[in-house]
Design a protein around this ligand. Structure first.
Ligand code: NI
Length: 392
């Protein structure tokens, strides 16, 4: 059956390309994926599915019950949203929505998962299990996964496993890369208020200058990364904005610093606020002021399950030549709210190469995935479903 399926995928490549191009034309941002959801649901219906719409606002879910007896439930997830970017690719199927673009390649993810739904529907009678196709809105915000989970996407039936992929510049075209453990970063944000005592710019000795204290804080906070945490565990602390003062000759009362923390390891992430607080308290106390830290936990990092990821790697090796399936060279600290699915279901997140770095990357107005990867994505999901069902 494997050979038949691979051949069928090969024969239908043009179909996957068409899905991707259609979706590329109609990019929509977080929770505004109206046309996108309608397109997905219409295609699924055309192929005999009964999709549910409006799961997590604009999400779409569909199930395929295999005809070869009972088996496990495997979920396959694609993200649907585009970015507020003005496309500059010059492609014939470029965005028809001004100021909106599929610059992160989610159009290709949808085409791959839709393509998988198309292929597996043809082979339904041979499948011993249920596939749950999850089309998730608002990944970039990132609020869609949480919204779908709140709406019960992981119940009735509850998946026994979940898989998803992201197209990935920096890996050769069509290469599949996966690793156990953390592969993306958590996305936390914080605001720091450094308080002193304002006064005349010419009489600093009568003030507690928050600008000077905040400056020391910005530098000292980098030691949270470089001196308080294991250098072998990826961690970033970025101050993205500094606000304080209005006049050239006035020392203000307070300065606000805003930023983000990205960590691959949840344990590292969990200790950051206390470490930041320690540094901020110490630095500001040294100058007679104080600091308040408001730390907001965001999405966790994607942590791939060890045994499950190893299994998936074996499945992929059965369907692809050895050089096409590799270990992920390094994790990335980008955010991905697929992590929330993985907190509820055993699963893995893998990467599909779109070519070596040097060209426009993800989120760039000229980014476009090579269409050769579409059938690779479809084949990888089909391989995982088929082997997962065969083994159980
Ligand atoms: Ni993305």
């Amino acid at each position: 059956m494997k050979q038949e399926m691979i051949q069928f995928i090969r024969n239908n490549n043009q179909q996957f390309v068409q899905l991707r191009r259609d979706l590329h034309r109609i990019p929509e941002t977080a929770f505004a994926e109206i046309k996108t959801a309608a397109y997905i649901a219409a295609k699924l219906r055309e192929w005999g599915y009964t999709p549910q719409e409006g799961i997590g606002q604009t999400g779409v879910v569909a199930e395929l019950q295999g005809g070869a007896g009972d088996g496990p439930v495997l979920a396959v997830r694609a993200d649907m949203d585009a970015l507020a970017v003005t496309e500059q690719t010059g492609l014939s199927f470029a965005s028809e929505h001004p100021g909106r673009m599929h610059a992160c390649g989610h159009d290709s993810h949808m085409a791959m998962v839709l393509g998988t739904a198309f292929v597996l529907a043809q082979f339904r009678s041979h499948l011993a299990g249920t596939v749950k196709f999850i089309f998730q809105p608002s990944e970039e915000q990132p609020t869609g996964a949480g919204a779908m989970i709140d709406d019960g996407v992981l119940q009735n039936p509850a998946p026994d496993g979940i898989v998803a992929l992201h197209n990935w510049p920096g890996l050769p075209v069509g290469q599949l890369a996966l690793s156990a453990g953390p592969v993306t970063g958590s996305v936390d944000r914080f605001q720091i208020t450094v308080s002193g005592r304002g006064g005349h710019g010419a009489k600093p000795h009568e003030t507690v200058d928050p600008v000077v204290m905040a400056s020391h804080c910005v530098l000292a906070l980098q030691t949270v990364v470089s001196r308080l945490n294991n250098p072998l565990k990826p961690l970033v602390l970025t101050i993205g904005a500094i606000h304080g003062g209005e006049a050239f000759n006035v020392i203000p009362h307070e300065v606000r610093l805003t930023g983000t923390v990205r960590a691959a390891d949840p344990e590292v992430q969990s200790q950051i606020p206390a470490q930041m607080k320690q540094v901020l308290d110490g630095v500001t106390a040294a100058y007679g002021g104080s600091a308040q830290l408001d730390y907001e936990w965001g999405i966790p990092s994607v942590v791939n399950d060890g045994p499950f990821t190893e299994q998936v790697e074996q499945y992929l090796r059965r369907w692809f030549p050895p050089e096409q399936v590799v270990a992920l060279p390094e994790p990335s600290l980008v955010g991905e709210d697929y992590s929330l699915f993985l907190q509820n279901v055993t699963g893995t997140f893998f990467f599909l190469g779109t070519g070596d770095q040097g060209g426009p990357g993800l989120h760039h107005p000229q980014y476009s995935v090579p269409e050769d990867i579409l059938s690779v994505g479809v084949q990888s999901f089909c391989a995982i479903v088929w082997e997962f069902f065969s083994e159980k």
